[in-house]
Design a protein around this ligand. Structure first.
Ligand code: GLP
Length: 241
C-alpha cells in the first residue's frame, strides 16, 4: 500500500484524475469502479473538466458502482444510481447502458447481487476502483465485521453511518437501514485501487487502515493485502499517522 499525503482535495483530485486519464489513454474500454460520498466529488469534477477541455473520451468505458441503498426507488435523488449519474456519468460521455449499480429495489436480492458480480466478471474485472472511506473504516458499505472475502450482498448500516449519511436526506429516519454493497473480496479483485480521504474526521480511519492490523473491524485495512493500492490523503486525514 502506497500512502501519498497531499496539501488538499484539489491535489488529490488531480492525481486521481491523472491515474484515470492514463488508464483511458492506454485502454479506452477500461472498467472503472465508482464510489459515492462527498470525498470523490472533486475527482469527478476534474474528470468532467478533462472531458470538456481535453476531449478525454469515456465512450467505451464501463462503470460499476460500489453500493446502493435498499428500498429507495431508483429515481430517488439520493439513490446511488441517481447520485453517480448526477455527479459523474451524465457529465461525461459514458453510455447509461454501461453504468451498473446494484439493484436495491430487486424483489430477489441474492439474485440481484449475483447478477452484479456476473456483470463485473463479464466486463473483464475492474481496472481502477475509486474508494472513499467511512469514519468507521468502511469501504463501499462494508461495515465493521464484514468478511474479508465477502462478495456483493445485503448489509445493515450501523447507526454512525446512518447519522453520517443523514446529511443527504431530510432526517435520520429517512436513511435506509439496508444496503447492497460489493464485498471486500469483490473490491480486492480490482487491478488498481485508489482510496481518497480528507479531513480530520477521517484521521482515525486512515491510521487504522494503513497502520493497524488487517482486521474486519476496520474493513479498509484489507487493502494492505492488495498488490496495487494507493491511498491519497490530505494533511488533516494523515494527522494520526
Ligand atoms: C458512504 C459510501 C462510501 C463512502 C462513505 C464516505 O457510506 N457508501 O462509499 O466512502 O460514504 O463518504 P464521504 O466521502 O462523504 O465521507
Amino acid at each position: 500500500m502506497e500512502v501519498v499525503i497531499l496539501p488538499g482535495s484539489k491535489q488529490i483530485a488531480s492525481l486521481a484524475a491523472d491515474a484515470v486519464e492514463a488508464l483511458l489513454r492506454r485502454k479506452p474500454g477500461a472498467v472503472l469502479g465508482l464510489a459515492t460520498g462527498s470525498t470523490p466529488l472533486p475527482i469527478y469534477s476534474e474528470l468532467a473538466l478533462r472531458h470538456e477541455r481535453d476531449r478525454l473520451d469515456f465512450s467505451q468505458v464501463r462503470a460499476f458502482a460500489l453500493d446502493e441503498y435498499v428500498g429507495l426507488p431508483a429515481d430517488h435523488p439520493e439513490s446511488y444510481r441517481q447520485v453517480i449519474a448526477r455527479e459523474f456519468t451524465a457529465r461525461v460521455n459514458i453510455s447509461p447502458a454501461n453504468v451498473h449499480v446494484p439493484d436495491g429495489a430487486a424483489a430477489d436480492i441474492p439474485a440481484a447481487c449475483q447478477r452484479f458480480e456476473d456483470a463485473i466478471r463479464d466486463a473483464g474485472g475492474v481496472d481502477l476502483q475509486l474508494l472513499g472511506v467511512g469514519t468507521d473504516g468502511h469501504i463501499g458499505f462494508n461495515e465493521p465485521g464484514s468478511s474479508l472475502a465477502s462478495r456483493t450482498r445485503i448489509k445493515t448500516l450501523i447507526e454512525q453511518t446512518r447519522r453520517d449519511n443523514s446529511r443527504f436526506f431530510g432526517n435520520l429516519a429517512e436513511v435506509p437501514h439496508h444496503v447492497l454493497t460489493q464485498g471486500l473480496g469483490t473490491i480486492l479483485d480490482a487491478r488498481h485501487v485508489i482510496l481518497v480521504a480528507t479531513g480530520a474526521q477521517k484521521a482515525q480511519a486512515v491510521r487504522d487502515l494503513a497502520e493497524g492490523p488487517v482486521s474486519a473491524i476496520c474493513a479498509a485495512s484489507v487493502l494492505q493485502l492488495h498488490p496495487h493500492a494507493t491511498v491519497l490523503v490530505d494533511e488533516a486525514a494523515a494527522s494520526s499517522l
